[in-house]
Structures are given as structure tokens and as C-alpha cells.
Design a binder for this molecule. Structure first.
Ligand code: TYM
Length: 379
């Protein structure tokens, strides 16, 4: 048994991503495939260069479809919660880039139903409020209003239901139970819910590409077992690693542990305090030892966050890594660099979020995407 665990609801232990690829039966993104994607995109992306997006299924087929003019569409989502943290932005940032570079449609599912049914404590009013708030954070990342549809399950269910019933008819209780570890005391909403996460992969006849953390993979395995039987294509995925928790290289950043995460609404004082106090250090216990022995950037959370995307300049990140390893740089200095980047990032984010308030209605209408979607969902 591996000493880590990755499920759609929990990530624990130090994730061995190579093992996970084997365990989940996905494929690593080869340097050739990454190069092909970047060539078609006409630009490189930091999360691809640094293997933050590291694994896939059928990405090669997606690119082939694009090359021969069939095209593809993107789908991703979010189970709303009190505050989104910076880790949650990873798939949305990458989705936004793909949309910009390939000019394709994006569907964003807000699973207010999933969130409500999974947790006894949450009320529908809370989840409704979080949905509205989270949508603003997602839109702040930057999507094309003419090519993006954001929908909440409880609002859009009427349109999804015909297709959901067809999907559900192909899912057995035992497959869902085994895939998600359900028990006889799981509520029946959660047993049905996977059908609703699968439905958007079938919003168009084209191939669907899903950028998401690899924790969501179990849903796609079920989708791929049944899609062709329903006359749709198997969904393709591009999987990301998890932005590590502030408190150390184990597990992932979690919304329910405030000290493990930087929230998109944290102010400058809180960011500074959290990073300085909690960010797990790969440095030595004293300055003298650090100068003599050097630090370990592989576990230093401040360095890791810079590496994920906060410092996209490859020369600069290499320099930071070398200086830290050689003891020319102290943990406090690395943290300081991260704090500056984070504060700037969050300032910009909150401006874009305010601008999104004016635009949200445009994204919640199907607009130009409607006719194509309706062909598949009401067939
Ligand atoms: P949720 O709300 O748990 O997570 C939303 C997205 O964020 C990713 N993620 C992370 N990525 C990098 N670093 C982290 N620390 C981190 N934590 C979370 C997740 O992998 C996910 O991509 N059931 C889904 C909602 C959903 C969905 C989808 C997600 C519905 N349809 C389609 C992806 C694609 C959920 O609970 O996501």
C-alpha cells in the first residue's frame, strides 16, 4: 500500500506522482507531447514547462482533432466553499490559457449540489452564497464571455437531467460505490451525483478536454467506460499536481485548514503573517548551518510556490534554486520574495474580481454555446 492517498475529497501523505500515474492508469506528458501542445498554442506555459500539468489521457487525440479542424472543447469545475485558495486557481489559469490560445468553448460546472450533499453541516443558503462568491474568483482569472458558460447544478438541472438519466442508467451502484468508497449509509444524492459531473463532458459532440487536479480522475474513468456506448467520445484529461500545503509537503492545501492555505481574500497583513509563520522551510535550523550546508528547495514551500507559477521567469527560478541549495540564500529571504509576489498577485486578482461583478450575468447565459449544447443534451 502506498503511504499517500488521493481521492476527490482528500489528499494525504506525500504524493508520489509517478506512482499515481501507474495507480490511475494515466500517461505522463512526454516532452514531445508538451512541445506539440506548445507549438500549436504558439506559446509556452510555465505550468507545462515545469511539469505542474504532468499527466494526461488522450491529449494527443485532442491535438490531432485540432490539427485536422475538428476542434475540441474544455470543461472544468468547482465545488463551492467559503473561500477559494490559490491552489484552486491552478486548473482555471491553465484552462483560461488554453481557451485564449486555441479559441475554444469552456464549460464551468459549479457543483452546489455536491457540496451540500457531501457535508451535513452546510445549509443550502451557505452554499448558494459561496457559489456566487466563487464564480467571481473564477471569472477573475479571465475567460471569453462569448465562449464560456458557467452553470450551477441546482439552477441548470432541468437542462442536464435528460442526459443525466441516460448517463445514470449506465452507471451501476457497485461501480460508483467502489470508485468513491461509498457505504450503505452514504446518502442517495451522492450516489447519483457522479452522473452530473459526467454530463458536461457530453455538452458537445467534439472531444472534451478536462484540465483539473488529478484528484478528480475517478469521475473520468467512469465516463470513459460508458461514453462510447452513449454515442459520445471518451473525455480527454490533462492533470495537475497539487499546490502543496503551506505547512509542509504532505497533503494538499485545504479550504478547511486556514493555516495550510492562502485565500484569495487574504489581506496583505495576513499573507505576510501566514507565510512567515507557517510556510514549511527546507532550510537549516540556524543561519550558520544554512550558509554551510545549504537548504533543500524540493521541500521548501516558499520555493515550491514560486516554482509552480509565482515566478515564471526560468532564469530567475534557477538562480533562486541554486542560491538556496548553496546556502547563499536564507529561508526568510525566499519567503520574502514569495510574499511580494503573492501580495501583487492578490491585489490584481481583487481588481479583476470587482470587474467580474459587472460581467457575471453574461457568463451564466448559454449565449452562443446554446444551440450546440442543446443538440446533445435534449436529444
Ligand atoms: P474542487 O472544488 O475540490 O476543486 C476545484 C479544482 O481545483 C483543483 N484543486 C487543486 N489544484 C491544485 N492544487 C491544489 N492544492 C488544489 N486543490 C484543488 C481540483 O483538482 C479541481 O480541479 N467535484 C469537483 C467539482 C467539479 C470539477 C468538474 C472539477 C465538477 N466538475 C470538472 C474539475 C473538472 C470538486 O469538488 O472540485
Amino acid at each position: 500500500m502506498p503511504n499517500f492517498q488521493v481521492t476527490p475529497w482528500e489528499v494525504s501523505g506525500r504524493v508520489d506522482y509517478d506512482k499515481l500515474v501507474e495507480q490511475f492508469g494515466t500517461q505522463k506528458i512526454s516532452p514531445e507531447l508538451a512541445a506539440r501542445l506548445e507549438k500549436l498554442a504558439g506559446e509556452s506555459h510555465v505550468m507545462l514547462r515545469r511539469k505542474i500539468f504532468f499527466s494526461h489521457r488522450d491529449l494527443d487525440l485532442v491535438l490531432e482533432d485540432y490539427e485536422i479542424g475538428k476542434g475540441f472543447f474544455l470543461y472544468t469545475g468547482r465545488a463551492p466553499s467559503l473561500g477559494m485558495h490559490i491552489g484552486h486557481l491552478v486548473p482555471f489559469m491553465f484552462t483560461s490559457w488554453l481557451q485564449r490560445r486555441f479559441g475554444v468553448n469552456v464549460y464551468i460546472e459549479i457543483t452546489d449540489d455536491e457540496k451540500f450533499m457531501r457535508n451535513q453541516r452546510y445549509t443550502q443558503e451557505q452554499v448558494e452564497r459561496w457559489s456566487r462568491e466563487n464564480i467571481l474568483d473564477i471569472l477573475a482569472v479571465g475567460f471569453d464571455p462569448d465562449r464560456t458558460f458557467v452553470f450551477q447544478d441546482t439552477e441548470y438541472i432541468g437542462n442536464m437531467y435528460p442526459l443525466a438519466t441516460r448517463v445514470a442508467k449506465h452507471l451501476t451502484f457497485s461501480a460508483v460505490k467502489d470508485t468513491f468508497g461509498l457505504t450503505a449509509s452514504s446518502n442517495i444524492g451522492i450516489v447519483f451525483y457522479p452522473a452530473l459531473q459526467i454530463v458536461p463532458t457530453m455538452f458537445e459532440r467534439k472531444r472534451c478536454l478536462i484540465p483539473a487536479g488529478i484528484d478528480q480522475d475517478p469521475y473520468w474513468r467512469l465516463q470513459r467506460d460508458m461514453a462510447e456506448g452513449l454515442g459520445f467520445l471518451k473525455a480527454a484529461q490533462i492533470h495537475s499536481k497539487f499546490l502543496p500545503s503551506l505547512t509542509g509537503p504532505e497533503g494538499k492545501m485545504s479550504s478547511s485548514k486556514p493555516e495550510s492555505a492562502i485565500y484569495l481574500q487574504d489581506d496583505e497583513y495576513t499573507v505576510r503573517k501566514k507565510i512567515m509563520k507557517y510556510a514549511f522551510s527546507g532550510g537549516q535550523p540556524t543561519v550558520d548551518l544554512q550558509r554551510k550546508l545549504g537548504g533543500n528547495p524540493d521541500v521548501d514551500v516558499a520555493f515550491q510556490w514560486l516554482y509552480y507559477f509565482f515566478e515564471p521567469d526560468d532564469q530567475r527560478i534557477k538562480q533562486l534554486e541554486e542560491d538556496y541549495r548553496a546556502g547563499r540564500m536564507l529561508s526568510g529571504e525566499m519567503k520574502q520574495i514569495l510574499v511580494e509576489k503573492l501580495v501583487e498577485f492578490l491585489k490584481e486578482h481583487s481588481q479583476k474580481r470587482r470587474a467580474a461583478e459587472q460581467e457575471v450575468d453574461r457568463f451564466k447565459r448559454e449565449g452562443k454555446l446554446a444551440s450546440r449544447m442543446w443538440e446533445t443534451i435534449h436529444r
